[in-house]
Write a protein that binds this ligand. Structure first.
Ligand SMILES: Nc1ncnc2c1ncn2[C@@H]1O[C@H](COP(=O)(O)OP(=O)(O)OP(=O)(O)O)[C@@H](O)[C@H]1O
Ligand SMILES: [Mg+2]
Length: 252
């Protein structure tokens, strides 16, 4: 399970995270919502161990991740899958090499076993036949799906997924959400998905955490979030027609 305990983070004079706590039970998938700049990606990078909180703790199965070093840290990272905002594939590697990377770099599995796992994952994300392509030869949706395959190839117990659908067209957006839902059901990972995909993404998660001013403003079910009468939440939901979603529309 993931326990985020009263974390604080500032960049220079800007306080981005201000005493934020979230507890996620084993196997639960939580959606993190909030306006642009509210610190969602920063939060995920803390859980991934890429940023260190100024104060507070993040525990994974009771272990303080920022207290770990060397092998223990590496073995914890091996249990995690990440899908960062933007997808981030290595341009000079094929889809196959990109997806195989976590296995070739971090495990000693024999080549044939890696090949089987990679091909299975590519099939699951609908990219069979594209393994020899380079990222520059793929559409935005295919890159996201390849990045998902790379995140899933080690059967992660923990998944951090940042805006998996932004910039994709509507049909692909639903396909990517379905892929997350299916892989969550299959692998039963504990995870966070940051999304602006409202309402569709709320159907595949166990809870919705809404961030405001660097804190958890509310933690509810998806249905309760959507029907909330809280003016702040209503404004956020109404605001979805506004600036936050515009880049998606242009990108689609
Ligand atoms: N490494 C960094 N150095 C300085 N400031 C940063 C850094 N990372 C994030 N920030 C700032 O922290 C704030 C929160 O950023 P973050 O990327 O978490 O927003 P977000 O909620 O993910 O927004 P979006 O929905 O647009 O992705 C922003 O004001 C950003 O400029
Ligand atoms: Mg972000």
């Amino acid at each position: 399970m993931i326990q985020i305990q009263e974390i604080h983070k500032s960049f220079g004079r800007q306080k981005v995270i201000d005493g934020l706590s979230i507890s996620i039970a084993k196997g639960e998938l939580v959606a993190v919502l909030g306006s642009s700049g509210s610190g969602k990606s920063v939060l995920l990078k803390h859980v991934a161990g890429l940023l260190k909180p100024d104060r507070g703790k993040i525990l994974l199965d009771g272990q303080d991740i920022h207290g770990l070093r060397g092998k223990t840290l590496a073995s914890l990272r091996n249990r995690m899958g990440f899908l960062f905002q933007g997808g981030a594939m290595f341009d000079s590697m094929t889809v196959f090499e990109n997806v195989a990377f976590p296995l070739t770099e971090r495990t000693r599995l024999p080549g044939e076993e890696i090949r089987v796992k990679v091909m299975k994952e590519l099939e699951a994300v609908g990219l069979s036949g594209s393994e020899e392509k380079y990222p520059s030869q793929l559409s935005g949706g295919m890159i996201k799906r390849a990045a998902m395959a790379r995140a899933l190839v080690r059967d992660p117990e923990i998944m951090m997924i940042d805006e998996p659908t932004t910039g994709l067209d509507p049909a692909i957006r639903l396909a990517v959400l379905k892929l997350i839902d299916e892989s969550h059901k299959r692998l039963k990972f504990t995870g966070i998905v940051v999304t602006h995909e409202i309402p569709s993404a709320l159907a595949i998660v166990d809870h919705v955490v809404f961030l405001k001013a660097g804190k958890v403003y509310s933690k509810t079910s998806g249905a309760d979030f959507l029907s909330s009468s809280d003016p702040v939440i209503r404004e956020f939901l109404g605001g979805d027609e506004g600036p936050e979603i515009c880049p998606q529309k242009q990108g689609g």
